[in-house]
Ligand binder design. Structure first.
Ligand SMILES: [Zn+2]
Length: 271
């Protein structure tokens, strides 16, 4: 699981965002780095609704990415989830209201400790945005929902372990990418018990999915976003399905030792 590192550190701006209209805050970085960086804020709309696939916003900064030929757009709010916490980023398009200017987003990231989100990609139109422009954001919804299922499935395995009576494993990290997702726990499951444990986990995961509890997202008293999937809570900044039933077709395929951890690999069915 990714309980330790999935939730972004709370960001405390030292200044309020100045009216973002027509102000390129990154351009001010060289003059006032501390103020400019802490003033750049993106509202994380994906926190509120996993099934929100589009949003509107305003460009608050634009600059070259470190990757060749790629550029970065920063908006005042976005529906795009940045890569992090074991979850891949969304991809999609940022376009002008008239559709004439468009920017293809291939990767989304959030610099550590920052309050803004970087949309990395390239223009697919001759025209470009300038700071202050209104834009609409649209994500690849199929990819988003697959990521949500994979991420929630990883959390559900925490619950399944507790429910089958394995309580001495400590959630360590998760890899919720489609190409071989897994969760890791500090501890071990003896080799001779792994096959039985896989069967118990699969049975319990199926029961939890049929039970169809809701996925509950709250804020704890430390200001962290906490996600409960089937009964186990952990701090997490990812996007999740709305109910456990939406995970569908979860199968644990392998348990193996991985350094100090035990790694539990899983797959989701296609439907
Ligand atoms: Zn998570």
């Amino acid at each position: 699981m990714d309980c330790k590192d999935a939730a972004p550190p709370p960001f405390q701006p030292t200044t309020q965002l100045i009216d973002p209209t027509r102000i390129d805050l990154m351009a001010a970085v060289s003059a006032l780095p501390a103020i400019a960086a802490s003033s750049l804020l993106t509202q994380h709309l994906y926190y509120d609704d996993t099934e929100l696939f589009s949003s509107v916003g305003r460009v608050i900064s634009q600059y070259a990415a470190t990757k060749d030929g790629q550029e970065v757009l920063v908006l005042d709010q976005t529906v795009m989830h940045p890569q992090g916490g074991g979850q891949p980023s969304d991809v999609g398009v940022i376009s002008s209201p008239d559709g004439e200017t468009s920017f293809r987003v291939g990767h989304v990231q959030k610099p550590r400790g920052a309050g803004y989100i970087e949309h990395v990609g390239e223009y697919s139109s001759p025209g470009r945005f300038t700071v202050g422009d209104e834009v609409s954001v649209e994500i690849d919804s199929t990819r988003r929902m697959l990521h949500a299922r994979l991420h929630s499935a990883g959390h559900l395995l925490d619950t399944a372990f507790v429910n089958i009576g394995v309580k001495d494993l400590i959630p360590e990290k998760g890899y919720h990418f489609p190409d071989g997702p897994y969760v890791e726990y500090v501890g071990n499951i003896p080799a001779e018990k792994r096959e039985t444990t896989i069967q118990q986990l699969n049975k319990e995961a199926q029961r939890l999915i049929e039970e169809a509890a809701g996925v509950v997202v709250t804020m704890n008293d430390k200001g962290e976003r906490v996600v409960d999937v089937g009964g186990s809570e952990c701090p997490c900044g990812g996007t999740h399905v709305k109910g456990v039933a939406d995970i569908r077709g979860l199968t644990v395929t392998k348990i193996k030792k991985s350094k100090k951890n035990v790694r539990v690999s899983y797959v989701l069915s296609d439907n």
